[in-house]
Design a protein around this ligand. Structure first.
Ligand SMILES: [Zn+2]
Length: 406
């Protein structure tokens, strides 16, 4: 009897083990859900903007294609985003200004059309207010110094219209800054480039060093009175790509209060994919110049697979590895999210914005503290915006506006 009772007891215990684990998983995923959906989740780089210009594409509809729309944002808990004002760096002069204004107008129109859902924000406090009201905070970042057409006056007008970061270059050099995607020409920032950084500081527009050459990064860090962002870059220690930041750069960025927002692009988070990316990049660049909004990349991907073999498979967990790398290097106060949704190939498991809660759950699972996860999800970027706003106020209260535009 005694033996039988023991057997039954042991059997019950065995039955209970999976139950206990299931309970633990349940507790973690409901904790993750509560944490994620009560946080400000802010993405500093989303390329959905050109779609807003199309009459037959609605932000409020759920789409099978692409990565971002309102229903999927709600499901993914993304409640603050920087719409990228982007065009290829080969578009310059008045056309770049004209096209930038049209992209900015599309963001303004979106927020005007959906006042109950979306608020156009230009300060960290406005982002917090939008969150309190259950609205999505829409911000704008300009992806490339070529769009200012070498004019600080044009830059000031972009700031007036709500642009809150300027990426100093895109994939090609500007007249005043070297890009990581081009042959180096200026040895970093020229004097005009340094003047652009100083003007960004005065305007309260964040200086974004994603896409720039290493020397441009160091020059910008040296000149800027405010902390910098890397709006959509990952770690070079984990994926050897010139678009990513070295450990030394991440440390220096953090030491000045800056934030690196991790890019989910498969070639920026995985070394095998980075090597493949380097191989196919010249062909890809050619194609991108011909298709500036690079929306449907199926055709070029098929061509590249034929010529170079199929690309390696990359899982979304690599995003967590990059976040964790930065945290181990400089702590949890200097990393954020900069997906590159609608502008990049996503890793498996991060097919669109609706998958974002997985990031929160994975960080909790890794043992991260809830306040640190909140920082990574959005608070770090908001703190940085507040710093940039304070620096701008200080500069404007002590220095007269420059009289020249160029
Ligand atoms: Zn980019």
């Amino acid at each position: 009897m005694n033996y039988l009772a023991k057997r039954i007891g042991f059997g019950l215990l065995l039955l209970a083990v999976p139950y206990v684990f299931a309970q633990k998983d349940e507790a973690l995923s409901s904790r993750a859900h509560r944490l994620h959906f009560s946080s400000i989740v802010l993405d500093t780089h989303i390329d959905t903007t050109p779609k807003l210009q199309k009459a037959d594409w609605k932000f409020t509809d759920e789409h099978k294609e692409g990565h971002v729309d309102l229903p999927r944002m709600r499901r993914g808990g993304l409640n603050a985003l920087f719409f990228s004002i982007y065009m290829s760096g080969t578009v310059t002069g008045p056309k770049a200004v004209n096209d930038s204004l049209e992209l900015i107008a599309a963001v303004h129109r979106l927020t005007e059309a959906l006042p109950k859902e979306i608020a156009l924000c230009v300060t960290a406090e406005q982002v917090r207010a939008a969150h309190r009201q259950g609205k999505i905070a829409a911000l704008m970042g300009m992806e490339g110094g070529h769009m200012i057409n070498n004019s600080l006056g044009v830059l000031r007008m972009y700031a007036q219209l709500g642009v809150r970061y300027l990426t100093l270059t895109h994939g090609v050099n500007t007249d005043w800054a070297d890009s990581s995607g081009d042959t180096l020409k200026h040895n970093g920032l020229t004097d005009s480039g340094k003047a652009v950084v100083r003007e960004l500081n005065r305007l309260g527009v964040m200086v974004d060093i994603s896409h720039v050459s290493d020397k441009t990064f160091w020059d910008a860090l040296d000149v800027s009175q405010a902390p910098l962002i890397a709006s959509h870059s990952s770690c070079r220690a984990l994926a050897e790509h010139p678009r990513n930041l070295t450990d030394a750069m991440i440390k220096a960025l953090a030491a000045k209060g800056g934030v690196i927002q991790i890019n989910y692009l498969d070639a920026f988070i995985d070394n095998t994919m980075a090597a493949y990316g380097q191989k196919v990049w010249p062909r890809m660049r050619e194609w991108m110049a011909k298709h500036p909004d690079h929306e449907d990349m199926t055709e070029i991907r098929q061509e590249l697979a034929k010529e170079f073999g199929p690309p390696p498979k990359v899982g979304w967990e690599k995003i967590i590895d990059h976040i964790d790398h930065v945290v181990k290097l400089v702590g949890a106060s200097h990393v954020g999210l900069g997906s590159d949704f609608d502008g990049a190939t996503m890793p498996l498991g991060m097919e669109d914005v609706s998958r974002l809660p997985k990031i929160t759950e994975a960080l909790l699972n890794k043992g991260y503290r809830e306040p640190d996860i909140k920082k990574i999800l959005g608070e770090n970027t908001l703190r940085l915006m507040e710093n940039v706003e304070r620096v701008a106020q200080r500069i404007r209260s002590t220095t007269a506006a420059p009289v020249i535009n160029h």
